[in-house]
Design a binder for this molecule. Structure first.
Ligand SMILES: *Cc1c(COP(=O)(O)O)cnc(C)c1O
Length: 387
C-alpha cells in the first residue's frame, strides 16, 4: 500500500514505539506516586515534556499533556473565554478551522458568546487587516490555525500574534499540522497557546499537548485530581507522553532534511498532476503551504469515487479531510475558498510522509490520471463541460 494520507494520521515511528514500550510493562507506575516505580514514570514524563517544549521553543513548565489536538483546542478556547467572561464575550477565529476549533466556537455561540469567522481569500489565507477590523473592546480570544489540515495553507501567525499582543488579546493557534513539518517557535510567532497532537507526527493516537505561555491563567474545563497543574487532571498517560516526546525529538532532529525532501516530492506530484491531467487545479496557495500537502480538484469528477479507485490501486488518499469524508456535505474549508459544491466535491487530498518516495509519487500520478480518465468517461458532468 502507498500511504498518502498523513494529515489524517501517521504511522508510529518504530523508535517511538520502542521508547514507549517499557511504560506499559516494567515501568508501569503511576507518575503521581512517591515510590521509585512512580518516580521513574514521573522522570520519563518530565523528560518528554522537555522534548515537546524544545520543538516549539517553549520551556517545559509551559507544556501540559492532553488527550490530543481536539482536547488541547477545547482547553485553550473554553479555558480562556470562561476565565475572561467578565471582560468580554467576543472570539475571533477563521472560516477554515478544524472542527475541534470550529465546533467549539459554535457551541460557545449557542451559550452567549459572539464569534467572528474571518473569511479567507481564494488562496486560503486570512487577511490581517480583516482581523484588525474585527477586534472590539469585547474581544477576549483570537484563535487561528497555523496550517490547514485540508489545503495545507499556512497562516500569517506572527503578524496575527503581533496584533493580538498589541491589543492585549489572548492568541491561540492550532498547530497540529505544522509542528514537525515546518519550524514553529512560540516566541517568534507571539502565540499565547498552541495545540499539538502526537499522531500527526509519527507518535501514538490519544496524546497531545497544549503550550500555555507563562503567566496565562485558564479556567479548567475538566475537574479532578489536580494533575497537569489542574488544567488537565487524570492519571497521566505516561507511555503516550513518552511517545509524543520521542516523536517531537525525532521530528526536530530531521526537520530541515525532511522538509526539504517532502517539498521536492510534493512539487513533483503537483507538477505531474497539473501537467498530465487536463482541467486539474491546485487548491490553496501554490507556495505558502505545508511541505507535504497537495490538494487538487478535477472538473467533472467526484472525489469519493476517485478515492475508491485509488484505494483499488493500493493508494490511501482522502477527499478533503478525514472528518468530512463520511458526510456528504461539502467541506467548509473548500466552500470558504469560494468554490461551489460541485467543485468542492471534485477534490482530492494527497498528504505525503517521510517514507514516501519519488517512485511512489510517479505511480500515484499515473494512477490518478487513469482514474480521472475512467471516471470522466462515465460522467455526464464531464460530457456537459466538453460540449
Ligand atoms: C487532527 C487535527 C486535530 C485533532 O487532533 P486529535 O489528536 O485527532 O484530536 C486538530 N486540529 C487539526 C488541524 C488537526 O489536523
Amino acid at each position: 500500500m502507498i500511504y498518502m494520507d498523513h494529515s489524517a494520521t501517521s504511522p508510529v515511528d518504530p523508535e517511538v514505539l520502542e521508547a514507549m514500550e517499557p511504560y506499559f510493562t516494567d515501568s508501569f507506575g503511576n507518575a503521581s506516586t512517591l515510590y521509585s516505580l512512580g518516580r521513574e514514570a514521573r522522570t520519563a514524563m518530565e523528560s518528554a515534556r522537555k522534548q515537546v517544549a524544545s520543538i516549539i521553543g517553549a520551556t517545559p513548565d509551559e507544556i501540559i499533556f492532553t488527550s490530543g489536538g481536539t482536547e488541547s483546542d477545547n482547553i485553550a478556547i473554553k479555558g480562556t473565554v470562561f476565565k475572561l467572561k467578565k471582560k468580554g464575550n467576543h472570539i475571533i477565529t477563521s472560516a477554515i478551522e478544524h472542527p475541534a476549533v470550529d465546533e467549539t466556537c459554535k457551541y460557545l455561540e449557542k451559550n452567549g458568546f459572539q464569534v467572528t469567522y474571518l473569511p479567507v481569500g481564494e488562496d486560503g489565507i486570512v487577511s490581517v487587516s480583516d482581523l484588525k477590523d474585527a477586534i472590539t473592546d469585547k474581544t477576549v480570544l483570537i484563535t487561528v490555525m497555523h496550517a490547514n489540515n485540508e489545503i495545507g495553507t499556512i497562516q500569517p501567525i506572527k503578524e496575527i500574534g503581533e496584533v493580538a499582543a498589541e491589543k492585549n488579546i489572548y492568541f491561540h493557534t492550532d498547530a497540529v499540522q505544522s509542528v514537525g513539518k515546518i519550524p514553529v517557535d512560540v516566541k517568534e510567532l507571539k502565540v499565547d497557546m498552541l495545540s499539538i497532537s502526537a499522531h500527526k507526527l509519527y507518535g501514538p493516537k490519544g496524546i497531545g499537548a497544549l503550550y500555555i505561555r507563562k503567566g496565562i491563567r485558564l479556567e479548567p474545563i475538566i475537574h479532578g485530581g489536580g494533575h497537569e497543574r489542574g488544567i488537565r487532571p487524570g492519571t497521566e498517560n505516561v507511555a503516550g507522553a513518552v511517545g509524543l516526546g520521542k516523536a517531537c525529538e525525532i521530528a526536530e532532529r530531521y526537520l530541515e532534511k525532511n522538509s526539504r525532501s517532502l517539498t521536492s516530492i510534493r512539487d513533483r506530484l503537483i507538477n505531474g498532476v497539473l501537467s498530465e491531467i487536463e482541467e486539474s487545479h491546485l487548491n490553496g496557495h501554490p507556495t505558502i503551504r505545508l511541505p507535504n500537502n497537495a490538494h487538487f480538484r478535477f472538473t467533472g469528477i467526484e472525489g469519493e469515487s476517485l478515492v475508491l479507485h485509488l484505494d483499488f490501486k493500493g493508494i490511501a488518499a482522502s477527499t478533503g479531510s478525514a472528518c468530512s469524508s463520511k458526510k456528504l456535505e461539502p467541506s467548509h474549508v473548500l466552500m470558504a475558498l469560494g468554490m461551489d459544491e460541485v467543485q468542492a466535491h471534485g477534490s482530492l487530498r494527497l498528504t505525503l510522509g517521510k517514507e514516501n518516495t519519488a517512485e511512489e509519487v510517479d505511480y500515484v500520478i499515473e494512477s490518478v490520471k487513469g482514474a480521472v480518465g475512467t471516471l470522466r468517461s462515465l460522467s455526464p458532468l464531464w460530457c456537459q463541460t466538453e460540449e
